[in-house]
Design a protein around this ligand. Structure first.
Ligand SMILES: *Cc1c(COP(=O)(O)O)cnc(C)c1O
Length: 970
C-alpha cells in the first residue's frame, strides 16, 4: 500500500470554519484547561441548562469552502435579471463613485466600525456623519438634521410621532397627502393605529380644511408633480399643527427648500446619492427639523463639543432622548440606523460638491423635459410641473409594460391607463430615445428638441438659496483628494480591522470578506425593489433559503426579513402578539412585562405598540426574578399581553427557569417574546422556539455576520411560532401599489421595502453556508469559551458581577468596577478611556448595570488577541493598585487623563505627576504598534449644553474653539 495522504483528507472543506473561529485546536485545549474542562462539550454541558438543550444537531448542510459557497451564490445571483429601471417611487438609479465603492463600502475600516459611543476613537466617522447632517440641513433648508433613519417610510412615521409630541393642536388626526409614496402610506397606517392616531388621506386642498395635528406632504409628489404648499403650511400652522414634508435631495438642488416655505419636519431617503437600489435597501433615510424640536427628534445626532485640551471634538449629543436612557419615554426605539450608507451619501456630496450635484440634477431634469416634449408631440398626455418623473396618462398600460419589458425596461405601474417614468443620474440619451419609442414617439434630433423645450419646473418654486458652502463640500473633488480625505478619517478611528471590539450584547464578530463580496454584485445591487417578481427570482431563492436556515437555527416556524433593525424586529413581533390577541377577542391585553435588565429598545418598542410596560426585578445573582414575574402575571391576569426577555440575559447568564417562565406567562394567556440579540450564545445549542418562546427577533448584524457599519445597516428578522405567522408584516401590493387596506387583525408593513435591507442578506446566507451545522455549533461553543477564559484570567484582578451554573458565564461577562470606584475614585469610564491608550475599543460601558464593563469577545478572536486584551486590563489594574498604594496620585494619574494624544505626549512641557512614557506606552508591545487618538477625552456636559450639529466652522481648527460657540449663537 502506498504511503500517500488520501485525496479526501486533503480536501479541506472545513477551512472557513477555522478562519472564522479565532483559536485553533491547541489554543482551545489550553483555554479549556484554564477554564477547567477537558472538552468543549463538557464545558457546554456545564453552562447550558439541560432543560433547553437541543437534542439533535442543526438540520443544515455541511460546510462549504469559500469557493464553493461563492459559486453557489453566484448561481443564485444569476437568476436575478437586471433591467433598466425607470420605476422611481422613492428609488432611483445612481452611479456610486468607484472611489467610494472601494474605499467606503468595501473597506473594513468603515464597515466594521461600531456605533460611535466611544467618541475619542470615532472622530472620523462622526465627521462624515456631521457632513451628512450638514448636507441634509442645507438641502432641506432646516436648522438641524440627524445622522440617519432606517428608510423614508419609517422616517415619515417618526415625523408623524414627532409632530404628535410637539404640535400645539390636540387633534388626533394626521393628514396624509394622497400622493405620498404608497409604501409610506402603508407604514404610516401600521404605526398610527396602535398609538390612537387617526389617518386622513386626501389632496392638499382637502388638507386646508382638515383639523389635524400635522400634515405630511410629498414634494415632489410620488407622481412627479412639484406642488406649491406655502398657503397650506400657513393654514396648518394657524391651527396649531405641524407640516412634515417627504422630499428628494437631488430635486432640492433646483427647487425651493421645504424649510423656505414653511416645513417643520423634513424626511426622505439619500439613496440616490450613490447607494444602489439593492432590492429596497439598505439606504440612509434622514430627518431634519426646526431647532425647537431637537430634543424631541428621534435617532442619533452627532454634535460638536470640546475635548480635555479645549479642542473641538465630535460626540453623540442629546442621548437623553434615546431609548438606552429614556426607555419607554424615549423619542423612538431607533438604535441601529444606516450609518454606512449615510457616510456613502455624504461622501457623494463631498465628491460632487454643490455644483456637481446641481449639474446632475439639471441633466436629469433636461432628459425628463425632453422625453415629455417628445411624448406630447406624439399625442401622449404627460402632466406638467415635474423634476425627474413623468406621469403619463390615457394610455394602455398593460401593452406598454409588455413592450418595455421586451426592450429591457421597467416602468412604474400606476393603473390600467397611466404609468410613471423616472429619470436619474444613470439615464442616457439612448434611454430617452428608447423610452419615447415605446410610445411611438420618434426623436430624430435630441439636441434640437432639447433647444426647443423649456424647463418644466414651476417658475415660482426655483431654488435661489445657496447650499453646501462649507469647504468640505468644495475641496475634495479630485480623486486623490477624496481618497486621502476618506483615508484620513478612517485612520482616526478604531474598527475591527485594527482591534477586537469586545462589546457586550453587540456581538462584534468577524465579517469575512467572502461573505461581503456578493453584496456589490450588480445582480444583487441593481434590482429595483418594485421590479417584477420574474426579474427577482434570485432574491426569492436567497430569501426563501435564508428564512429556512433561520427557522432551523431558532426552532420557530416562520420568519419575516422585512424589519431593517433589531428594534424594528421587536416592533414587528409585538405587533404580531397584539394582532393575535385581538383576533381571539382579547384585544384588552395591554401589559408587557420587561425585566429591568432589558435593552432600552424593548420598552420603547412596547410603547409604540400601545402596550403598558411593567418592569420586573432581577435577583442578587442577576437572574430575572421568577417570583416577581409570577406575581405580576397573576396581578395583571387577563390584561397580560406578553413578556419580553433577553436570553441568555443581558447579565451574561443562562437563566435556569426560562421554561418555567414561559409556562407562567402562557398560563395567564400571555405570549413570550425572546429578544434574540444574544443568539450567538445559542445557535446550534438551543432553540428558543422549542423551549416555549413564541417570537423573537434576531440581529443579523450581530449573530449572523452583517457588519455593524458604524451604527447600521442591520437586519432584524422577526421569527414566530405558527400561531403568530398570520400576523407577520404584509408585503407591498403587487407592482408596488397600495394594498387595499390591511384586513382586520392583519399587520401592515413595518418597513418601506417588502424585504427590508435585502441586499445585505447574502452576508448571512454566506455565513451559514460556510459554517454548516457543525461549524455554527462550534462557533457558539468557542464564543462561550472565549468569554469564560477572559472572566477566569481576569478573576484575580476584576470581579465578574454575575455567573450562572458552575461559576461560569455565558458568551459575555460583566466586570464590576464599582468597588474600585468606591476605593480609588477610578470609574468604569476611566478604564474604558485608558484602554484607548492601549489601542483597544472599550467594552460596553454601564449597560446593563451602571459602573460596569461588559465584555463579549466572540468566537472570532484568537487567543493572541484575547491575551493582548487581558494584558492591557491587568496593566490597568496595576495602575489602579498604584493609586491604592499612593504610588500614583488620586487625581493626576494616567487613568483620569486618558486617552493621551500625540500632541499632549510630545508637548514641550509635561506637567503631569506620572511619566510621559507611562501615558503613551504602558506596555512595551505598544512601541511596535501604537494607535494615537485624535482628541483627548471629550466633554459630554459641554456638548449637551451647547448643542451644535453641523460642520465645524474652519476657524475653530485654527485653535479658536470659541468659533463653534459663536456659530452656535448665531
Ligand atoms: C442590539 C440589541 C437590540 C437592538 O437592535 P438594533 O438592531 O440596534 O435595533 C435589542 N436588544 C438587545 C439585547 C440588543 O443587544
Amino acid at each position: 500500500m502506498s504511503q500517500h495522504t488520501p485525496l479526501r483528507a486533503l480536501e479541506h472543506h472545513d477551512a472557513f470554519i477555522e478562519r472564522h473561529i479565532g483559536p485553533n485546536e491547541a489554543e482551545i485545549a489550553h483555554m479549556l484547561g484554564v477554564v477547567g474542562y477537558d472538552s468543549l462539550e463538557a464545558m457546554t454541558d456545564a453552562i447550558v441548562p439541560a432543560s433547553i438543550k437541543s437534542p439533535a444537531p442543526l438540520a443544515l448542510p455541511e460546510a462549504l469552502s469559500e469557493e464553493e459557497a461563492l459559486a453557489r451564490i453566484r448561481a443564485i445571483a444569476d437568476r436575478n435579471q437586471v433591467l433598466r429601471s425607470f420605476i422611481g417611487q422613492g428609488y432611483y438609479g445612481t452611479h456610486t463613485p468607484k472611489v467610494i465603492l472601494r474605499n467606503i463600502l468595501e473597506n473594513p475600516a468603515w464597515y466594521t466600525a461600531y456605533t460611535p459611543y466611544q467618541a475619542e476613537i470615532s472622530q472620523g466617522r462622526m465627521e462624515a456623519l456631521i457632513n451628512f447632517q450638514t448636507m441634509i440641513a442645507d438641502l432641506t433648508g432646516m436648522e438641524i438634521a440627524n445622522a440617519s433613519l432606517l428608510d423614508e417610510a419609517t422616517a415619515a412615521a417618526e415625523a408623524m410621532t414627532l409632530a404628535k409630541r410637539s404640535a400645539r393642536s390636540k387633534s388626533d388626526v394626521f393628514f396624509v397627502h394622497d400622493a405620498v409614496h404608497p409604501q409610506t402610506l402603508e407604514v404610516l397606517r401600521t404605526r398610527a393605529e396602535p398609538m390612537g392616531i387617526v389617518l386622513r388621506v386626501g389632496t392638499p386642498e382637502e388638507a386646508l380644511e382638515a383639523d389635524s395635528f400635522g400634515v405630511l406632504l410629498q414634494y415632489p409628489d410620488t407622481f412627479g408633480h412639484v406642488g406649491d404648499h406655502k398657503a397650506l403650511a400657513e393654514a396648518v400652522h394657524a391651527r396649531g399643527g405641524l407640516v412634515a414634508v417627504a422630499t428628494d435631495l437631488l430635486a432640492l438642488t433646483l427647487i425651493a427648500a421645504p424649510g423656505e416655505w414653511g416645513a417643520d419636519i423634513v424626511v426622505g431617503n439619500s439613496q440616490r446619492f450613490g447607494v444602489p437600489f439593492g432590492f429596497g435597501g439598505p439606504h440612509a433615510a434622514f430627518m431634519a427639523c426646526r431647532d425647537a424640536f431637537k430634543r424631541s427628534m428621534p435617532g442619533r445626532l452627532i454634535g460638536v463639543s470640546i475635548d480635555a485640551a479645549g479642542n473641538p471634538a465630535y460626540r453623540l449629543t442629546l442621548q437623553t432622548r434615546e431609548q438606552h436612557i429614556r426607555r419607554e419615554k424615549a423619542t423612538s426605539n431607533i438604535c441601529t440606523a444606516q450609518v454606512l450608507l449615510a457616510v456613502m451619501a455624504s461622501m457623494y456630496a463631498v465628491y460632487h460638491g454643490p455644483e456637481g450635484l446641481t449639474r446632475i440634477a439639471r441633466r436629469t431634469h433636461r432628459l425628463a423635459a425632453v422625453l415629455a416634449a417628445a411624448l406630447r408631440r406624439a399625442g401622449v398626455a404627460v402632466a406638467g410641473g415635474f423634476f425627474d418623473t413623468l406621469h403619463v396618462t390615457g394610455i394602455d398600460a398593460a401593452t406598454l409594460h409588455e413592450k418595455a419589458r421586451v426592450a429591457g425596461i421597467n416602468l412604474r405601474h400606476i393603473d390600467a391607463t397611466s404609468l410613471g417614468i423616472s429619470l436619474d443620474e444613470t439615464s442616457t440619451r439612448e434611454d430617452v430615445t428608447a423610452l419615447a419609442g415605446l410610445f411611438g414617439a420618434r426623436i430624430d434630433n435630441l439636441d434640437a428638441l432639447d433647444l426647443d423645450t423649456p424647463d418644466a419646473l414651476p417658475a415660482n418654486l426655483r431654488r435661489t438659496s445657496a447650499f453646501l458652502q462649507h469647504p468640505v463640500f468644495n475641496t475634495h473633488h479630485s480623486e486623490h483628494e477624496l481618497l486621502r480625505y476618506m483615508r484620513a478619517l478612517a485612520d482616526k478611528d478604531l474598527a475591527m480591522d485594527r482591534t477586537m471590539i469586545p462589546l457586550g450584547s453587540c456581538t462584534m464578530k468577524l465579517n469575512a470578506t467572502a461573505e461581503m463580496i456578493p453584496v456589490t454584485w450588480p445582480q444583487f445591487a441593481g434590482i429595483h425593489p418594485l421590479a417584477p417578481a420574474a426579474q427577482a427570482q434570485g432574491y426569492r431563492e436567497l430569501i426563501d433559503g435564508l428564512e429556512a436556515m433561520l427557522v432551523e437555527c431558532t426552532g420557530y416556524d416562520a420568519v419575516s426579513l422585512q424589519p431593517n433593525s433589531g428594534a424594528q424586529g421587536e416592533y414587528a413581533g409585538l405587533l404580531a402578539i397584539r394582532a393575535y390577541h385581538r383576533a381571539r377577542g382579547e384585544g384588552h391585553r395591554d401589559i408587557c412585562l420587561i425585566p429591568d435588565s432589558a435593552h432600552g429598545t424593548n420598552p420603547a418598542s412596547a410603547q409604540m405598540c400601545g402596550m403598558t410596560v411593567v418592569v420586573t426585578k432581577t435577583d442578587g445573582n442577576g437572574n430575572v426574578d421568577v417570583e416577581d414575574i409570577r406575581r405580576n402575571a397573576e396581578k395583571y391576569g387577563d390584561r397580560l399581553a406578553a413578556i419580553m426577555m433577553t436570553y441568555p440575559s443581558t447579565h451574561g447568564v443562562f437563566e435556569e427557569e426560562v421554561v418555567e417562565i414561559c409556562e407562567i406567562i402562557h398560563r395567564h394567556g400571555g405570549q413570550v417574546y425572546t429578544d434574540g440579540a444574544n443568539m450567538n450564545a445559542l445557535v446550534g445549542v438551543a432553540k428558543p422556539g422549542k423551549w416555549g418562546s413564541d417570537v423573537s427577533h434576531l440581529n443579523l448584524h450581530k449573530t449572523f455576520c452583517i457588519p455593524h457599519g458604524g451604527g447600521g445597516p442591520g437586519v432584524g428578522p422577526c421569527a414566530v411560532k405558527a400561531h403568530l405567522a398570520p400576523f407577520l408584516p404584509r408585503a407591498l401590493g403587487e407592482h408596488g401599489v397600495r394594498t387595499q387596506g390591511v384586513g382586520e387583525g392583519e399587520v401592515g408593513m413595518v418597513s418601506a421595502a417588502t424585504f427590508g435591507s435585502a441586499s445585505i442578506l447574502p452576508i448571512s446566507w454566506m455565513y451559514i453556508t460556510l459554517m454548516g451545522a457543525a461549524g455554527l455549533r462550534r462557533a457558539t461553543q468557542v464564543a462561550l469559551l472565549n468569554a469564560n477564559y477572559i472572566a477566569r484570567r481576569l478573576a484575580p484582578h476584576f470581579d465578574t458581577l454575575y455567573t450562572g451554573r458552575n461559576g461560569l458565564v455565558a458568551h459575555e461577562c460583566i466586570l464590576d468596577l464599582r468597588p474600585i470606584k468606591d476605593a480609588t475614585g477610578i470609574s468604569a469610564e476611566d478604564v474604558a478611556k485608558r484602554l484607548i491608550d492601549f489601542g483597544f475599543h472599550a467594552p460596553t460601558l454601564s449597560f446593563p448595570v451602571a459602573g460596569t464593563l461588559m465584555v463579549e469577545p466572540t468566537e472570532s478572536e484568537s487567543l493572541h488577541e484575547l491575551d493582548r486584551f487581558i494584558d492591557a486590563m491587568i496593566q490597568i489594574r496595576d495602575e489602579i493598585r498604584a493609586i491604592e498604594d499612593g504610588r500614583l496620585d488620586r487625581e493626576d494619574n494616567p487613568l483620569k487623563h486618558a486617552p493621551h494624544t500625540a500632541v499632549q505626549v510630545s508637548a514641550g512641557e509635561w506637567t503631569h505627576a506620572y511619566p510621559r512614557e507611562l501615558a503613551a506606552f504602558p506596555l512595551p508591545s505598544l512601541k511596535q504598534q501604537k494607535y494615537w487618538p485624535p482628541v483627548a477625552r471629550v466633554d459630554n456636559v459641554h456638548g449637551d449644553k451647547n448643542v451644535f450639529c453641523s460642520c465645524i466652522p474652519v476657524e475653530a481648527f485654527a485653535g479658536d474653539a470659541e468659533a463653534v460657540g459663536e456659530a452656535n449663537a448665531t
